[in-house]
Design a protein around this ligand. Sequence first.
Ligand SMILES: C[S@@+](CC[C@H](N)C(=O)[O-])C[C@H]1O[C@@H](n2cnc3c(N)ncnc32)[C@H](O)[C@@H]1O
Length: 250
Amino acid sequence: MDLHARRADSFGEQAQAYAEHRPDYPLAAIRWALEPLAQDRRLDVLDLAAGTGKLTAGLVAEGHCVTAVEPNEQMLSELVRRVHDVRALPGHAEHIPVPDQTVDAVLVGTAFHWFDHAKTMPEIARVLRPGGVVAAMWNEPDMSVDWLAEFERVSASSVQMTRQDPAGMLAHPLFGTPERQVFQHAQHRDSPEALVATVNTHSRMLVVSAEERETVNEKMLAFLRSRPETSNGPFDVPMRTDVTRMVLSG
Ligand SMILES: C[S@@+](CC[C@H](N)C(=O)[O-])C[C@H]1O[C@@H](n2cnc3c(N)ncnc32)[C@H](O)[C@@H]1O
């Protein structure tokens, strides 16, 4: 298995920690993603690569009828345990396990970069009803904040992924022009250890050796204990949710 595939499949062994330590999505980002659709009815929304249900929970809270699709068994079990009133199905983005034209929107939380774009976009188009929406969003630390930019450097492992332009990643002839919006929010952390636990749910930490993980963890803790923003008890991590949406072409 190549590194990309190993990383894409790495989350399950830490599914419980993932659910506990990864941030939620702001409801404003979810509302903006679904804005091109009629707002006067309950929408059928498919959460693709749903993981442990971070985005799913927001969609359910907004009152939508949600189908969560996720290939990793441990992630899907965690989702079923934590999020109720949702249909949960095993499956990949490249073969979405629902019939043609049965959903109003397909949403993807911090996962689109794992998909085979050429196979996934026609699949998404197939399951959407006419005028349907696809939106991919990424939750990421706000790198305009000095201590976070420095922390990102300290928390680097030997495995790094280059960030791609979201609109470029999604663009496809079956869909209209990508639109993009960024939403600020924050993740509350009780201690430096809790932020280190968050970083340890990222694939760049999950696929390295235990020795390397320990070395990076020690560096992260030393940094966070030395900074005024994070050394004294609970703190908020400034976050941004970067959303790109497109409407299915008529
Ligand atoms: C970083 S997690 C995001 C999970 C969730 N959407 C969230 O926002 O917390 C990435 C997820 O993508 C899933 N994944 C990886 N490759 C996939 C594929 N080809 N199709 C569908 N899901 C995939 C992984 O199993 C994992 O649960």
